[in-house]
Design a protein around this ligand. Sequence first.
Ligand code: NAD
Ligand code: UGA
Length: 470
Amino acid sequence: TNQFATTICCIGAGYVGGPTCSIIADKCHDVLVYIVDIDQTRIDQWNSDKLPIYEPGLDDIVKRRRGLNLFFTTDVDTAINKSDIIFVSVNTPTKKSGIGAGMAADLKYIESATRRLAQVAQSSKIVVEKSTVPCKTAESMRAILESNSKPGLRFDILSNPEFLAEGTAIQDLLNPDRVLIGSLQTPEGKKAQATLADLYARWVPREKIITMNLWSSELSKLAANAMLAQRISSVNALSALCEATGADIDEVAYAVGKDTRIGSKFLKASVGFGGSCFQKDILNLVYLCESLNLHEAADYWRQVITINEYQKKRFIQRIVKSLFNTVTNKSIAILGFAFKKNTGDTRESAAISLIKYLIEEQAQVHIYDPKVEEEQIFFDLIEPGVYSNENQVLHKVKKLVKVHKDAYSATLNTDALVVCTEWDEFTNLDYQKIYNQMRKPAFVFDGRLILNSDKLRKIGFNVEVIGKVA
Ligand code: NAD
Ligand code: UGA
C-alpha cells in the first residue's frame, strides 16, 4: 500500500457506504478505499456488473476505480488493519423488540462493528460515525473501543452524518449543501476533525465543511430529517383541507413556497413519505425526547408520523370510495413500487401498505416499477419470517399479485391505475392506448400529482388526485 497516502475502510456496503466511499476513491486516487460488509452476496454484487443498488451515475464511478484504489471485500479484519480512517456506515433500523421497541434505533450493528474494530486493530485509528445514530452514540463507541483494544492505541471518534438522498446520491455527494464533522473539542479531537476535513476538501469547497462538537453533529442529522419530513406532513395535512374545500394543493404549495423564508423545495403533496430513514429517525428523536422527559417535544415530532399514516389511509379510502365502495375482485394497476423515483429501494414505500390493503380486500393487483425486481416486490408483500402461516400468505399473495415488465401490460383489463411513485416515464405514457384497454369506467388515482388530469378526463378517465377535487 506504499503508493497510497491514506487508506480508509468503510464498514457497511449499503446505500450510504457504497456511494460515499466510491466517491472518495474517485476524487482521491492516492487514497486506498476498502468497502467491507459481512453480507457476501452484497459484496459479490458490488464486484459484479450489476451493482446491488441502482443510483444514477454510480456504475460509472465504481467501474472506473474498482481494482485500482477501490475494493469491495468481506475480509473485514484485514481492511481494518490496513486503514487509518474507519467509516462506520452500518444500518441502524428501528428496534423490533425489547426496550424501546418500535421507537429506538437498534444499535446492535454499530456495536458489533465497533467491537470487531477494537478486537482486531493493531494501530490507532480515526473512527467516523457515518450511520444516523441517537445523540451520544459516539460516547458508547468510545467506551467499547477503549475497554477492548490493545494498550497504547488511540481512537478518535468523529460524527460525520450523511445527507444524501437516494436517486440523487451522486449529485448530492459531489456537490453537498454542507459536510458536517463533529468532534470532541480536545486538541486530538480537533486534529482528527481536520484530517477528515482535508479529505473532503479535495472536492468540497472549504466554506461548506462545517465543524462542531460531537453531540451537535449527531443531533443535527436527526433534526434535518425531522424538519424535512415535517414539511411533507404539513403539506399533506393541507392536502386534506384542499380536498374538502376545493383549494388546489399544488397552487397552495406554490404560493407558500414563493416566500423565500419558506422556500419551494420539499412541498410536494404525496401519498405519504417512505424510505428507510424519515420514519425511523423521527421515532428515534421521539424516543430521545421521551427518555429525557421532554414529552411535549416528543408529541410534536410524533405528529409528523401520525399525519403520514393518515395520508396513506386517506388515499386508500378515496380509492375504495371512488370504486363504488368495493375493490373485491376488481383489477388494479399499481404504477411504481419504489419509495421515490430513480431508485430501486422499496423500504417503507407507501405502495406496500396500499397493496397489502388491496390484497386484504381480495383485489387483483398488477404492479409495474421500472427498477424494482419482482423478487423484491414479493419479499416486501410477504415479509418472510413475520407470519407463522407464511405458506398461506405466500399462496394468497401469489394468487392476487402479478408483476409486469411495462405499464401497458400492467394496466391491461384493469378497472383503475394508481400512481404510487413519481417516475418520469409515467407522465409520457400513451394514456389513450391505456384507456382503450381498460375496463370502464376507467379510473386514475394520482398519488404523486404528476399526470395531466385535464387531458386524462378528456380521454374519458375518472381522475382523482391528492389535494384536488375533480
Ligand atoms: P444498508 O442496510 O443499505 O447498509 C448497511 C450495511 O451494513 C448492510 O449491507 C449490512 O450487511 C452491513 N453491516 C451491518 N453490520 C455490519 C458489521 N458488523 N460489519 C460489516 N457490515 C455490516 O443501510 P444504508 O441505507 O446504507 O444506511 C446506513 C446508515 O446510514 C443508517 O444509519 C441510515 O440511517 C444512514 N443514512 C441512510 C441514507 C439513505 O439514503 N439510505 C442517507 C443518509 C443516512
Ligand atoms: C432523505 C433526506 O432527503 C436526505 O437528506 C437524508 O440523508 C436521507 O433521507 C436519510 O437520512 O436517509 P431519501 O429518504 O433518500 O432522503 O429521499 P427524499 O427525497 O427525502 O424522499 C423521502 C420521501 O419523501 C419519499 O417517499 C418522497 O417521495 C417523499 N417526498 C419528498 C414527498 O412526498 N414530497 C416532497 O416534497 C419530497
